[in-house]
Design a protein around this ligand. Sequence first.
Ligand SMILES: C[S@@+](CC[C@H](N)C(=O)[O-])C[C@H]1O[C@@H](n2cnc3c(N)ncnc32)[C@H](O)[C@@H]1O
Length: 237
Amino acid sequence: MRATPVSDEIRRAPPLAHGGGRDYFGLEWSALAWLERTVDSAMTTLETGCGASTIVFAAAGARHVTISPDEGEHRRVLAYCAERGIATAAVRFIAEPSDVALMGAWQPEPLDLVLVDGAHGFPFPALDWYLTAAHLRVGGLVVLDDAYLPSVHVVVRFLRASSSWEQEPAIGYRTAVFRKISAELSYDWIGSAFDQRPHFDYLPLRDRPLAYARTLVLDRHPAIASAARRLLRTGRR
Ligand SMILES: C[S@@+](CC[C@H](N)C(=O)[O-])C[C@H]1O[C@@H](n2cnc3c(N)ncnc32)[C@H](O)[C@@H]1O
């Protein structure tokens, strides 16, 4: 048991793991404190990205995998831990982009918690979620940092609409958490709450009303579609 919570220590002396050793781009303090309260040594965990969160996983004694392409970050996190007597033997660092690592160097294993905080451009947050979601145990948690960014929020929007996931209270203004409550995956859009609202913003303005009417009224209500066809036929006679 540490005398001071490691998240307090990080707040007091943030590890400059990013930007070649000049910057701190870590989780919010509230999210780090939540991570420290939540993770324990019985857990198997994985994160995309590396930094303060990695130090918290290490201090908790979790069997942990961190994936980021920047080996310098790994060295700086290891040095921060070494200076403070935080064991890192249970942490595996993979120095590759997550889309490569999650389909290669990482050997999938059942996970209790996944933190998605690596590459933030589309589609990487969605890929990080997708490539780990099947390995997350039912009851396990996925943490999505920078959840307000459109590239991350598409995952938030999907999980909020899915009956296989339950939203937990947010752990900071930018960090969302979801619990996997079923292993069931939905492959089809039909009946999926996520896919109910069409978007025709790629069409010229003048073509949009008809596209919305066709999709929302005619495609979804066959009785109205056949009545409309009958009306058109009568009008032509
Ligand atoms: C916001 S920082 C992560 C912060 C970390 N969670 C913390 O608490 O300090 C973003 C991280 O994503 C990593 N990254 C950038 N591109 C990546 C990629 N393609 N795959 C995985 N990680 C990537 C960066 O090297 C950096 O470690």
